[in-house]
Design a protein around this ligand. Sequence first.
Ligand code: CDP
Length: 223
Amino acid sequence: MSISVAIDGPAGAGKSTIAKILAKKLGFVYVDTGAMYRAMGYYFSRNGIDKDDFASMSARCEEADIEIRYAEGEQQVFLNGENVNGKIRTEEAGLMASACARNGDVREKLVELQRALAKKTDVVMDGRDIGTNVLPGADVKVYLTASVQTRAKRRFEELRGKGVSCLMAEVEKDIIARDRQDMNREIAPLKQAEDAVLVDSSDLTIEEVVEKICRLIDKGGKN
Ligand code: CDP
């Protein structure tokens, strides 16, 4: 049986940074499920589908063949054969991902892909519903969060680092909008699983968070 570590939490909590380091340390595969929703959102945007047009999303999500490959340990997302990794990292793509993640048919398709990956190999998987829905039997579950201000500041610096010009207030507004949408949707909303351990990273360094989760893993997922 393969081993899984589930890391859920809101935007900017540090999930992907932490999950990547952990996966490397453990020799597991890192699965970024948000990238799959981003690729799906990107497909819809490119085809002129509105963020509230659920009927078209349901009808057309099967046209989007989303595939995960690994190049030198890094996850690459392919949409109908095209590597879209570089194109899905904008704030706009994040909001579109969050919009299409409310659709049950989109979720069904992507959850199936996520479960298949976790069945095949040991994974550190991050997202919004991994511990609650995708892998309810995960060996270790972490709910990683931080204050809105901290998360907005991190996202702002990340975007600036990539040369994207943005305003702090705008980034904070997007984070709040995405939190609201993710926590209040009907299907698989973002929430802490009952058996997940809460880690607030507001005042912790990356190393401290990694250390905390490693200790948790050593103890079999119990705090
Ligand atoms: O990296 P960041 O936290 O900004 O977002 P992401 O992990 O790339 O996810 C983008 C969006 O996809 C989220 O805002 C969620 O709405 C959705 N998502 C989801 O519904 N379920 C998941 N397991 C992962 C992402």
